[in-house]
Design a protein around this ligand. Structure first.
Ligand code: CP
Ligand code: NVA
Length: 304
């Protein structure tokens, strides 16, 4: 049996593998829309562990696995022994002995790392406090579909230095683009991660300066899951960090903007941009399905 591969961050795949995965996601999307039977993995089972809420991640993994001919199983700490203190390591050993893939959405990134270290099957990070790599697959697929390669482009992150922002830092490295991060002081992404990617990543506290000439602008909620009690404090700190028409007027012509959703209209993004007919935000959400089918296919094929 080859070594078990996991997808905990974008760095688990090489740039060439990531490019291949995006190409495959676009192919799978076309075939799915043309009505192709994609049940190439009958009998395969995906366990999905959700310690945080989800709409897109749950629906896309569950629908994706069904379309591939397999089955997805929803597990939450509340109704498994995970919530009663059974060690992650023991749970990983047991769950992975019965299924073919595991997806986990949880708090600390160390939890997915510990689970993966004791899992006999591939583990996919469906969001941790530090990273959300599956969303990046969908975002890059969306860019490629609309604009071609993202290599050499200028991307501007506006908002919190959170799990999505940190995934964009990894993406800048793996897909070779320049990233400017506009965040309030005190809400920067991990300092070591920024330093390790200094050739491509720069922090610029002024959002309008950061957006100047950008090809793509990306934002996300000001308070992530687990930070609900900081909502008011954050709303004050982030008041100047809204993606809106004024900010977009500073970007390169034809610039796109993205949001992983769920969004708060009037906070991190204006209602006008959210509801603009030409927005690619809905493609971005839909592409979670296709990108993750490509990801699951890649991980399952690696075990044949
Ligand atoms: N973007 C995203 O991961 O959405 P959900 O929280 O609904 O899964
Ligand atoms: N940063 C957000 C992303 C949600 C998909 C959160 O972690 O809640």
């Amino acid at each position: 049996m080859p070594e078990t591969r996991h997808f905990l961050t974008l760095l688990d795949f090489s740039p060439a593998e990531l490019d291949q995965l995006i190409t495959r996601a676009i192919e799978l999307k076309r075939a799915h829309k043309a009505g192709a039977d994609q049940r190439t993995f009958p009998g395969k089972v995906l366990a999905m562990i959700f310690a945080k809420s989800s709409t897109r991640t749950r629906v896309s993994f569950e629908a994706g696995m069904a379309q591939l001919g397999g089955h997805a199983m929803f597990l939450s700490p509340q109704d498994t022994q995970l919530g009663r203190g059974e060690p992650i390591e023991d749970s990983a050993r047991v769950i992975s002995s019965m299924v073919d893939l595991v997806m986990i959405r949880t708090f600390g990134h160390d939890i997915v790392e510990r689970f993966a270290a004791h899992s006999s099957v591939p583990v996919i990070n469906g969001l941790t406090d530090d990273y959300h790599p599956c969303q990046l697959l969908a975002d890059i697929q969306t860019w490629v579909e609309h604009r071609g390669s993202i290599a050499g482009k200028s991307v501007c992150w506006v908002g919190d230095g959170n799990n999505m922002c940190q995934s964009y830092i990894n993406a800048a490295r793996q897909f070779d683009f320049e990233l400017r991060i506009a965040c309030p002081k005190g809400f920067e992404p991990n300092e070591r991660l920024v330093a390790a990617n200094a050739a491509r990543v720069r922090i610029e506290h002024d959002p309008l300066l950061a957006a100047a000439g950008a090809d793509l602008v990306v934002t996300d909620v000001w308070a992530s899951m687990g930070q609900e009690e900081e909502q008011l404090k954050r709303a004050r700190a982030f008041a100047r960090y809204q993606v809106n028409a004024e900010l977009m007027s500073r970007t390169a012509s034809g610039a796109l903007y993205m949001h992983c959703l769920p969004a708060h209209r009037g906070e991190e993004i204006s209602a006008e941009l959210m509801d603009a007919p030409a927005t690619v935000i809905w493609d971005e959400a839909e592409n979670r399905l296709h990108a993750q089918k490509a990801l699951m296919e890649t991980l399952l094929l690696a075990r044949r």
